[in-house]
Design a protein around this ligand. Structure first.
Ligand code: GTP
Ligand code: MG
Length: 336
């Protein structure tokens, strides 16, 4: 053991619950829970200002956050710590080798991956597939974990999960049990669900958090130009919460966003996100999905990533789920 490692093993203490953290009594813990902080992990990702409403002074907040951070072994201050975090990034397979290749091995933990595209482009199908794949062992591209599915459009189908699980040789009953489902009725409800998800995530070993769709409620509730700023602010807050959960629990975060093609636009950007562009986040990978033609083939375009180059790959949606295309399908769609 190097001197530094030895040093760390002495200073790092594990805290299991909020009350174990120095300076948190039962009533402060209660207030923190009301604010959505149920676990040491979520406190580790809090900012000083967020703890203010619990009546915690700046100095005390800093001490609490830093104790929580050291307890779960993260800190954003030193570059070597950042590197350590980066090294703990895991990858989740999409079920298609081509799609995985586009993403340099699959969807990453600790960041948000956004799938956007028109209706029927396969956003929800990918979400379903990921819920099954996350339960696979790492040698099969999974994370041995559970999934949390926040559904805003009531499009989640258990039967589809069963179909996909069978194809992968998994026990469908078990697979279904490991998907925690919540329907969000309004944008506020959607935000509330995520704000209170940390405990569920921890208790169930959730390694995948899905919000499908991220924007549907927001775009139907916040109409018109004058509501735009308020909507973007809320969406930003929502995304922020999601990224923090993904980091705290080393989980994959996925959101979907619908876009509509504008047939009257001949030049430039013919694709227009209905909910407006989500303000780009530094750790945010965006994939644009579209149909190749009639049939099961879809085109995925990596539009932006913190560090991966842009690119395009094709895959298909079949009875089995998300799969690679055959050579014949590849040739056919190359003339797209
Ligand atoms: P919106 O939510 O409406 O914006 O669309 P989406 O992008 O979420 O589309 P979704 O993922 O629901 O894709 C629907 C498409 O997936 C259908 O049009 C079918 O082509 C395909 N699909 C869905 N279920 C099945 C299935 O059980 N078998 C097969 N072969 N294809 C399916
Ligand atoms: Mg959908």
């Amino acid at each position: 053991m190097s001197e530094r490692e030895e040093d760390e093993s002495i200073t790092e203490q594990r805290y299991e619950s909020l009350e174990d953290l120095p300076g948190i009594g039962p009533s402060t813990a209660q207030k923190l829970r009301e604010l959505g902080f149920h676990t040491v992990e979520s406190l580790a990702m809090a900012t000083v200002r967020e703890l203010e409403p619990a009546g915690i002074s700046e100095k005390k907040a800093l001490a609490i956050i830093s104790a929580a951070r050291s307890s779960i072994g993260i800190s954003f201050i030193r570059a070597d710590e950042l590197l350590k975090m980066r090294q703990s990034v895991l990858r989740l397979t999409t079920g298609s080798k081509a799609l995985d290749k586009l993403l340099d091995g699959g969807l990453e933990t600790q960041t948000i991956t956004e799938f956007y595209g028109e209706y029927g482009s396969g956003k929800s199908q990918i979400c379903h597939q990921l819920c099954v794949n996350v339960q696979l062992p790492p040698e099969r591209g999974g994370l041995n974990g559970a999934a949390l599915y926040i559904d805003t459009e009531n499009t989640f189908r258990t039967e589809r999960i069963v179909q996909m699980a069978r194809y992968l040789g998994l026990d469908p009953e078990n697979v279904v049990k490991n998907i925690i489902y919540a329907e969000a009725y309004t944008s506020d409800h959607q935000m509330f669900l995520l704000e209170n998800a940390d405990e569920v995530i921890k208790e169930n070993n959730v390694k995948l958090v899905i919000v499908d769709s991220l924007t549907a409620h927001f775009r139907s509730e916040y109409l018109g130009r004058e509501m735009l700023a308020a909507r973007q602010q809320k969406l930003n807050k929502h995304m922020h919460r999601l990224i923090r959960l993904a980091r705290a629990f080393n989980a994959v975060a996925v959101v979907t966003n619908q876009v509509m093609a504008k047939p009257d636009v001949f030049f430039g950007d013919a694709i227009h996100p209905i909910g407006g562009h989500i303000v780009g986040h530094t750790s945010h990978t965006r994939i644009y999905l579209r149909r190749a033609s009639r049939g099961p083939v879809r085109i995925a375009r990596l539009v932006s990533s913190p560090y991966l180059p842009e690119g395009e790959e094709i895959f298909k949606i079949t009875e089995n789920g998300i799969e690679d295309t055959s050579e014949e399908e590849k040739t056919k769609s190359s003339g797209r």
